[in-house]
Ligand binder design. Structure first.
Ligand SMILES: Cc1cc2nc3c(=O)[nH]c(=O)nc-3n(C[C@H](O)[C@H](O)[C@H](O)COP(=O)(O)O)c2cc1C
Length: 175
């Protein structure tokens, strides 16, 4: 198996992160990989907000927790110190597909560098709210963006679990 296939097969979601900040060069490489995802008609509809500030990270976690309906102790980002938020321009018909592919690139690039990750949901609701809109405003981001997902990043505090077995009939060969 070549290195790319190995990364694609062995990447697993992390639900227990160390608090240590991701190294800048690793973070930059992961972000760059995200920007090279394929997009419909090459329109590059997504944007990525890289949150490394602890205060903002904790505020987003709190908002995400509330949207998810969990109690006050739960951190939906599992302690990850970095949150990459992918949003995409609603005016582009392929924006959700584009954003999902960026998310995939981010997670696989992270895996290739020994950085753990997980997709955390509810970005759509987050950025429909005044809370999310105020983050965009503070960053000077104008436009009509839909939240696609959060890629939580950090170093794993425990080894990854094995992948679930792949379901039967995942693939059909039409030969
Ligand atoms: C669209 C999407 C949304 C997800 N949202 C969450 C989430 O909010 N919380 C969570 O713990 N995991 C979330 N996950 C991670 C999945 O649970 C995980 O990918 C799945 O169990 C398979 O495990 P693996 O990533 O280790 O292969 C999400 C994954 C995807 C693709």
């Amino acid at each position: 198996m070549n290195d790319t296939l190995k990364v694609l097969e062995t990447r697993r979601s992390c639900r227990n992160f160390k608090p240590d900040m991701v190294k800048k060069e690793e973070l930059d490489a992961i972000l760059k990989a995200g920007t090279y995802a394929a997009t419909g008609m090459g329109k590059q509809s997504p944007i990525i907000i890289a949150v490394t500030d602890k205060k903002l990270r904790d505020e987003i976690s709190e908002e995400n927790r509330k949207i998810g309906g969990w109690n006050g102790d739960f951190d939906p980002f599992y302690g990850a110190p970095v949150i990459l938020i992918v949003l995409a321009d609603k005016n582009i018909p392929t924006h959700v597909y584009d954003g999902a592919l960026v998310m995939g690139n981010l997670m696989n690039a992270a895996e290739s560098l020994g950085v753990s990750s997980i997709w955390i949901h509810r970005a759509k609701e987050e950025f429909e709210s005044d809370f999310g809109k105020s983050i965009l405003k503070k960053l000077g981001i104008e436009g009509d963006y839909e939240g696609i997902g959060h890629c939580a990043l950090g170093y794993a505090a425990e080894p990854a679990k094995d992948a679930a077995p792949r379901k039967a009939n995942y693939i059909y060969y039409a030969e």
